[in-house]
Design a protein around this ligand. Structure first.
Ligand code: GDP
Length: 360
């Protein structure tokens, strides 16, 4: 109670409200109405289970019409860029999810620069956004910028292969790379642990900047902090994918049946699949978008503006030089004319003197 004997609750009720307490609701309603978009690119050697994992992650069948090329077709294959878009709705919230697939990656005999198409695709989306943003119709911009790249690493190698290193280095300044250790069911627990360590070492050794999870706020509760640490320690996510539902012990789940047992895709003891899905969808989707906008796109934009400024300065210099050259030319031609006139004058003078002398 205060000095007048009012209770705190009474005082709150008596207070006049301007109404800005509804701001979060207004923002929420507007964003929900607009819907959310998220664009994900998958990269890595074919056969590592990329399509299967995407289907498992978003509970869809995105690859119904897929045609896998034979060995002959793959010898000189270039990387294709295929975009699949699906709209998912959950509790009234709409999400337009775009998955960019890169069939043919690492398939050809010579794979130098096979990441070039991926790099170009990411740049093109930035370029389009930059144009739209600087254009007239800024209200209805379609944002196709790539927010995340799931990079699949083979479970059969020893850490990163040269192609992985080159590709990640070509992309790490342009997109949030999330490394994935594919087909984790082909490894024992100890092997998963060792491979993860080796991949983390390689990432550090080759100076690759993979997506960094944001620091956890100090006022978050202990449980949240623990989950956050588990997530950070799990990189690269060791995943298992499956397109089929398995029935075992009265339960139905996505899994893989082997002669010696069944692996469950969503069982945390079997793989990091759930951690990855929660990270992508529940906890870090917005951060991935923010980093794309604030870091990767900003870098691109700054670079563009720098190049444009450089071009303007060069053009100005060129014009100045042109003007100077044409001025020099006209001065030279005037001087030449003068010189010629002077010569003519001298000749006339000479002739006059000659004829005067002849007159005597
Ligand atoms: P992509 O070429 O990278 O898209 O690979 P696919 O998704 O087409 O998978 C290639 C093969 O690997 C298929 O036979 C899948 O059934 C199998 N596969 C996919 N995910 C896994 C997995 O997590 N573990 C195992 N052992 N096999 C998988």
């Amino acid at each position: 109670k205060d000095r007048k004997g009012n209770t705190q609750g009474q005082e709150d009720q008596d207070k006049e409200y301007v109404g800005f307490a509804t701001l979060p609701n207004q923002v929420h309603r507007k964003t929900v109405k607009k819907g959310f978009t998220f664009t994900l690119i998958v990269a890595g050697e074919s056969g590592l289970g990329k399509s299967t994992l995407i289907n498992s992650l978003f509970l869809t069948d995105l690859y119904k019409d897929r045609k896998v090329p034979n060995a002959e077709e793959r010898i000189n294959q270039t990387v294709d860029i295929v975009k699949h878009t699906i709209s998912i709705e959950e509790k009234g919230i709409k999400l337009r999810l775009s998955i960019i697939d890169t069939p043919g990656f690492g398939d050809a005999v010579n794979n130098t620069e096979s990441w070039k198409q991926i790099e170009d695709y990411i740049d093109q989306q930035f370029e389009q956004y930059f144009r739209d943003e600087s254009g007239l119709n800024r209200r209805n911009i379609q944002d196709n910028r790539v927010h995340c790249c799931l990079y699949f690493i083979s479970p059969f190698g020893h850490g990163l292969r040269p192609l992985d290193v080159e590709c990640m280095k070509a992309l790490h300044e342009k997109v949030n790379i999330v490394p994935i250790l594919a087909k984790a069911d082909s490894l024992t627990q100890a092997e998963v642990f060792r491979k993860k360590m080796k991949i983390r070492e390689d990432i550090k050794h080759f100076g690759i900047n993979v997506y960094q999870f944001p620091e956890c706020d100090s006022d978050e509760d202990e449980d949240f902090k623990k989950q956050d640490q588990i997530l950070k320690d799990s990189i690269p996510f060791a995943v298992i994918g499956s397109n089929v539902q398995v029935e075992s012990k009265g339960r139905k789940f996505r899994g893989r049946i082997y002669p010696w047992g069944v692996v469950e895709v969503e069982n945390p003891a079997h793989s990091d699949f759930l951690l990855l899905r929660n990270m992508l969808v529940r906890t870090h989707m917005q951060d991935l978008k923010d980093v794309t906008r604030e870091t990767h796109y900003e870098n691109y934009r700054a670079q563009c503006i720098q190049n444009m400024t450089r071009m303007v300065v060069q053009e100005r210099k060129r014009r100045k030089m042109k003007r100077y050259t044409s001025l020099t030319h006209s001065v030279i031609s005037s001087l030449t004319k003068l010189r010629r006139m002077q010569e003519v004058l001298e000749r006339i003078q000479e002739q006059m003197q000659h004829s005067q002398r002849g007159g005597y």
